[in-house]
Ligand binder design. Structure first.
Ligand code: MLT
Length: 411
């Protein structure tokens, strides 16, 4: 008898974004004339810039010739990409060695998989609201009990990050072994300050805990002085794993390429309390379960760090951040209380009129034909909030803001 992993039965409904997709498809089927504008899932729309496409094509051409053909590559990534990534970290004031970088097919997968190298009974903390992958993968792994009526799982520590505390995650009040932090934050768009990260690094050291730091949106930080990497903080190499992605940074959501940094100094503990380097554990996991990102994609990824690639990627990010500004300012003028959107491609708004997040989702879709993401999908502290993504064509963003202001003003 093939018995299932019953932890899956604890999971709430469907995963957030497919669930939204399902509802939007149903609405579109019933309202074929509606011109729907999608600002829900954070998916890029601008094409890959020319220097990156040229590198992708050149990589493919190499595979077409006997002299330059490649089969399996190093699971961790080719040296040319690892060195480019480490060089980029150095420029940002963070020390990362090429052999501490592991190239992968996405930060969703990396942040989902990382929990495998930690004990099954590890105590986990997440912020609330939170990127759902961190929670669901720990539910699947059996680290939680059942969910309560608000969707919170027994056994997880939730750290409310709300407008009331300036979206700065508070330190856990009780013992925790692993904490997931995301900055710039998905969904709130808030960025953790240097002081806040210093506090977290000191906490992790004092508690022999590990910080799982998701920096997938670091390239969207505009304000000088805000940390792009947790490794800008002294001591962070001993307590943190960092995740980064080219998905939103460089338009790779379909192409797939991301990376994770596991510093050599970072240690976990075995059953006897002896220190064990996490780098070796992750290397073992990665080389057992993953065969590396394809060569042309890694060539394209390396081009992101070239002078031409950087300029082109920067132009696309500028365009998305201009969208974020349009959303922020347009909705503020329409009476909405908005957060984020200054150093992140997400705008987090308070739902007007006492509606729930999903009620607002339906109203926005039905009356303005605009798709967003209900805040409650990111956790109970997200109830009454709503996320709009700045990943769209400018003309669509302008139209979406105009429709919301006209049909659903917040005053
Ligand atoms: C989001 O909209 O939150 C992201 O696109 C989802 C993801 O990156 O997996």
């Amino acid at each position: 008898m093939a018995r299932i992993n019953t932890n899956y039965q604890k999971l709430q409904a469907g995963y957030l974004f497919p669930e939204i997709g399902k509802r939007v498809r149903a609405f579109a089927a019933q309202n074929p004339a509606a011109k729907i504008i999608r600002l829900g899932i954070g998916d890029v729309v601008l094409p890959l810039p020319p220097p990156i496409v040229e590198a992708l094509k050149a990589g493919a051409d190499e595979l077409a010739r006997k002299e330059t053909f490649k089969g399996y590559g190093p699971e961790q990534g080719y040296d040319f990409l690892l060195s480019a990534i480490a060089g980029h970290y150095r420029e940002q004031g963070a020390q990362v060695e090429p052999d501490e970088v592991f190239v992968s097919d996405g930060s969703k997968c990396d942040t989902a998989n990382i929990q495998e190298i930690f004990a099954a009974d590890s105590l986990i903390a997440v912020t609330d609201p939170v990127y759902p992958v961190y929670v669901d993968t720990n539910v699947m792994a059996g680290r939680t009990g059942a969910a309560d009526a608000s969707g919170r799982y027994a056994g997880l520590t939730y750290l409310p990050t709300t407008a009331e505390n300036g979206f700065d995650p508070p330190l856990p009040a009780s013992r925790v072994d692993l904490v997931y932090l995301c900055s710039p934050n998905n969904p709130t768009g808030a960025v953790m300050s240097r002081d806040s990260l210093v506090r977290w690094v000191a906490w992790a050291k004092a508690n022999k805990a590990v910080i799982l730091f998701d920096a997938a949106y670091e390239a969207f930080i505009r304000e000088p002085g805000l940390p792009h990497s947790i490794y800008e903080i002294p001591g962070a190499r001993e307590v943190a794993i960092e995740f980064r992605s080219l998905s939103k940074t460089a338009g790779f959501t379909g192409t797939r390429c991301a990376y994770i940094v596991v510093p050599k100094e970072l240690k976990g503990f075995d059953a006897s309390g002896a220190e064990v380097p996490l780098h070796g554990l992750w290397n073992r996991r990665h080389t057992t379960k993953f065969n590396g990102v394809s060569y042309p994609i890694q060539r394209a990824a390396a081009a992101v760090f070239s002078p031409e690639g950087r300029a082109a990627v920067r132009a696309n990010i500028d365009a998305y951040m201009e969208n974020a500004r349009l959303i922020r300012e347009g909705l503020t003028a329409a009476g909405y209380a908005v957060h984020g959107g200054k150093n992140a491609p997400y705008v987090w708004l308070k739902v007007p009129g006492g509606l729930t997040s999903w009620q607002f989702f339906d109203k926005l879709l039905g009356e303005a034909n605009v798709v967003g993401t209900p805040g409650s999908g990111f956790g109970s502290c997200g109830e009454g909030y709503f996320r709009l993504s700045a990943f769209g064509f400018r003309e669509n963003v302008e139209e979406a803001v105009a429709r919301i202001a006209a049909k659903l003003p917040a005053r």
